[in-house]
Design a protein around this ligand. Structure first.
Ligand SMILES: Cc1ncc(COP(=O)(O)O)c(C=O)c1O
Length: 377
């Protein structure tokens, strides 16, 4: 990790109050007993895994979720005590032991990994808690739905395994067409009926991601896993439904140079823009090395003193240019807002993402190390 000096050029101002608001809103949509797992994988969606997890440590959420064991180990080494679920299957031999050493809950869905954990449990004479991921149609990882029943049977037959959770992941809960999601939910319900009929007690049954919480709240089971929604964003631009989450990040960068150019002056690599008249061009100190997507070249705008200033020419690695002609009293060192709120106006991350053909998740996760995260409460 880069250590930031006081003199950074780009900032993500992270509003912890908005995270608090979003958590409260998620709670208000769930039954009172429903537990909440917050994914903090991929550097907490770009917001900073340690500060966000430290914040969550003080709340009443029940679980944190990460993709890989090393992310969980990082949490433990930084004093995080909440239960942590690892979503992906383990591939490194030493990670089996490490998961247990660091009290991380693994996801398992193969007989091989179940046997490895059972063996570790036998050695230390304890039961290892696991969650079984059933692939009901996501097509990514998890035991294929029709083999799920036998994996559950195998897991419960093992003396040193405790099936604490069973879950699935929805692939299409943000889509208007509900057919596929309902088929995933029906398949999952078959598994739930199976364990109930066999009187297998599994305390944590969970399905819903953010889109699921918005569109299928009746399938909350005993736990939900809201990611993007907790951070204050919608999975995509079409699924807002009056849900009043608050975006947690204002992504800003400093003006590092200004100049007045005459008509037909080229701007940036490849001269993809020539000024159309006399213009005031400002250079901003962030680029694709910081997560300012290069597809934003000549597209979109930033806010400067509440004015929209359009992006001119290609985005470079460390800088990009904007037309600040509409702004009076500009000066180097001022901040412009790339997404989030300025004074009275704001730019929605969902709109920036959709303008370049991607999703808010990707824009957040690509915020670079040079972007200093500043936590406001
Ligand atoms: C297993 C799992 N659960 C929950 C989530 C959270 O999803 P979202 O951010 O769409 O709420 C993710 C994120 O991709 C995930 O992989």
């Amino acid at each position: 990790m880069l250590k930031h000096s006081n003199n950074t050029y780009s900032f993500a101002f992270i509003h912890l109050n908005n995270l608090k608001h979003n958590l409260k809103l998620i709670r208000s949509r769930m039954a009172r007993k429903t537990k909440i797992l917050i994914p903090v994988k991929s550097n907490a969606y770009g917001c900073g895994i340690i500060p966000v997890s430290k914040y969550l440590e003080k709340t009443d959420i029940d679980y944190l979720g990460v993709a890989f064991p090393f992310e969980g180990i990082l949490l433990r080494k930084n004093g995080i005590k909440k239960p942590v679920l690892i979503f992906s299957e383990i591939i490194y031999e030493d990670d089996y032991e490490e998961c247990i050493r660091y009290r991380l809950t693994p996801t398992v869905f193969t007989g091989t990994s179940l046997m490895k954990f059972d063996r570790i449990g036998r050695k230390s004479n304890k039961k290892i808690k696991v969650h079984i991921n059933i692939d009901t149609g996501m097509g990514r990882s998890g035991v294929p739905f029709n083999e799920g029943f036998s994996i559950i049977d195998l897991a419960v037959s093992m003396k040193h395994i405790e099936v604490e959770g069973i879950y699935t992941h929805l692939s299409s809960a943000d889509e208007n067409n509900k057919r596929f999601t309902l088929s995933q939910l029906n398949r999952f319900q078959e598994v739930v009926c199976y364990i109930e009929e066999k009187n297998i007690k599994v305390p944590l049954i969970h399905v819903l991601n953010s889109a699921g919480i918005i569109n299928y709240p009746e399938y909350s089971y005993s736990m939900v896993r809201p990611g993007i929604m907790f951070y204050g964003y919608f999975p995509d631009n079409n699924i807002r439904k009056g849900v009043k989450i608050k975006p947690c990040i204002d992504f800003r960068s400093k003006i590092i140079f200004t100049k007045t150019v005459k008509k037909e002056t080229p701007v940036s690599y490849g001269h993809t823009y020539y000024s159309q008249k006399k213009e005031v061009i400002a250079t901003v100190g962030t680029g694709y090395g910081d997560g300012m997507n290069r597809l934003l070249s000549n597209r979109g705008a930033v806010l400067y003193k509440d004015r929209k200033c359009v992006i001119r020419g290609r985005v470079c690695m460390d800088q990009f240019m904007i037309d600040i002609s509409p702004v009076k009293n500009f000066k180097t060192g001022d901040l412009v807002t790339i997404f989030g709120s300025d004074r009275t106006k704001s730019i929605r991350l969902e709109e920036v993402a959709s303008s370049i053909g991607t999703i808010p998740y990707e824009v957040l996760c690509l915020l670079g190390e040079r972007v200093q995260r500043i936590y406001l409460s």
